[in-house]
Ligand binder design. Structure first.
Ligand SMILES: [Zn+2]
Length: 158
């Protein structure tokens, strides 16, 4: 066990500077192939290394009210509202990604129709958040592969 401390299964994270409040939550897909890219986008692109995160398969699709949804829409919104209230969040960032398995497998969306469906869902998710919370700003992005990297394009949701 390389990370054992004193023979125990204990890991101590490297020290970090005192966190400053970021007042932002990001909502994106659980897909492990995108998480490091999303981290880089949040850390280096948006300068939000410590924003709250809500990760579920499909990301913002889970706030869009699909009939195929397996969890109660109100419950998913309530989890985000909890963070918004408890941490006094002012901004929510919604991130979709191309080729999302949730769209392909759960929603049965063709690859060609996926971008349009995802943009519609970003607008639905933003609308649901505006209705259910008092969060001041909602921003949306779609991530697409670019070789071994990913490009994050801003999407207008007004
Ligand atoms: Zn996905």
């Amino acid at each position: 066990m390389l990370w054992a401390i004193d023979g125990t299964r204990t890991f101590r994270s490297p020290p970090r500077p005192e966190p400053s409040p970021v007042r932002t939550a990001a909502v994106y897909c659980s897909d492990g192939t995108i998480t490091e890219h999303v981290d880089a986008f949040l850390h280096d692109g948006l300068k939000l290394p410590r924003c709250d995160r809500v990760m579920l398969p499909g990301g913002p699709a889970r706030l869009a009210g699909h009939a195929e949804e397996t969890l109660r829409h109100d419950d998913i919104v309530a989890e985000l509202r909890f963070l918004i209230d408890a941490h006094e969040l002012e901004r929510v960032i919604l991130i979709q990604h191309e080729g999302c398995a949730y769209y392909r497998e759960r929603l049965r969306v063709d690859e060609q129709e996926m971008p349009a469906n995802q943009r519609t869902d970003l607008m639905r998710a933003a609308s649901a958040l505006r209705d259910a919370t008092n969060v001041a700003a909602i921003d949306a992005y779609v991530a697409r592969p670019d070789g071994d990297a990913m490009i994050f394009d801003a999407v207008a949701i007004q």
